[in-house]
Design a protein around this ligand. Structure first.
Ligand code: PEP
Length: 257
């Protein structure tokens, strides 16, 4: 089953969330949909088909950590997943691989599934260090046991409108899979992200070891998020789309110009 994570970052209110959930409820799909929402919107989801994800977790348990949101608190909202080490956390809050690993372990301890984000910077990409960096990040951030998801997101592709090439994605996802396999973790889903839209998602859907996507900007509104689901439905083996009237302008997966 393919996975699609919509990462709302620091956006959205209760009305936006309810609108999105209503729109997703009308969409018939086999894709596992996960909404990664701000803490303020985590509770109150009764829809079994849509899973909720927090965007961060405290390294600490409950206690004297003012402002922190613990794993136990996230679990209590009904959320099932938590993003770990998203590039915006790494850039804006100096989160290291060590912190990411601690947070991933904390998530697992609290019965949450961490979605561990890794990706190279533009300068690392330009100096052809991607494979070395990704291998190190993967080994440094992922726990030795427990269920988790890996999200490969080139940092230079997040929110920029620039996507990685198919060849690069194929190479890196294969490498991630091979490394996880040596640790007996080959069942770990590997997601790809970075400026994914309905126009470019089909380029990546059938790449081996691309088990789904993490989408930021295009996940904020049904008009741009649902067409991604439509495209994924069309390209995966058992299409089951109930056609919606959202985002008609975005239906086609166009060739890159
Ligand atoms: C993200 O927030 O993880 C992301 C991939 O954002 P965008 O799709 O906007 O590049």
């Amino acid at each position: 089953m393919k996975i699609l994570v919509g990462n709302w970052k620091s956006n959205g209110n209760m009305a936006d969330k309810n609108k999105m959930i209503r729109a997703l409820e009308r969409t018939n799909t086999d894709i596992k949909i996960i909404l990664s929402l701000p803490y303020t919107l985590l509770s109150g989801n009764n829809n079994k088909k849509i899973a909720i994800c927090a965007q961060d977790i405290s390294e600490h348990p409950n206690g004297p950590f003012t402002g922190d949101i613990s794993g136990q608190m996230i679990k209590d909202t009904g959320a099932k997943y938590v993003l770990i080490g998203h590039s915006e956390r790494r850039t804006n809050h100096q989160e290291t691989d060590k912190i990411a690993k601690n947070k991933a372990i904390m998530a697992i301890k609290n019965g949450l599934i961490p979605i561990i984000c890794i990706g190279e910077t533009l300068s690392e990409y330009k100096s052809k260090k991607t494979k070395t960096i990704i291998k190190k990040m993967l080994l440094d951030c992922t726990p030795d046991s427990g269920k988790f998801i890996v999200a490969y997101e080139p940092r230079w592709a997040i929110g920029t409108g620039i996507t990685a090439t198919k060849t690069d994605v194929q190479t890196i996802h294969q490498m991630i899979f091979d490394i996880l396999k040596t640790k007996g973790q080959e069942k770990t889903p590997i997601l790809f992200g970075g400026s994914i839209t309905a126009k470019n998602v089909c380029e990546f859907i059938n790449i081996p070891h691309v088990d789904g996507f993490i989408v930021g900007g295009a996940s904020l509104k049904p008009a741009t998020f649902l067409p991604i689901i439509d495209q994924m439905n069309k390209k995966t083996s058992k299409p089951k789309t109930k056609v919606t009237n959202h985002g008609k302008q975005n239906r086609k997966c166009k060739k890159r110009s």
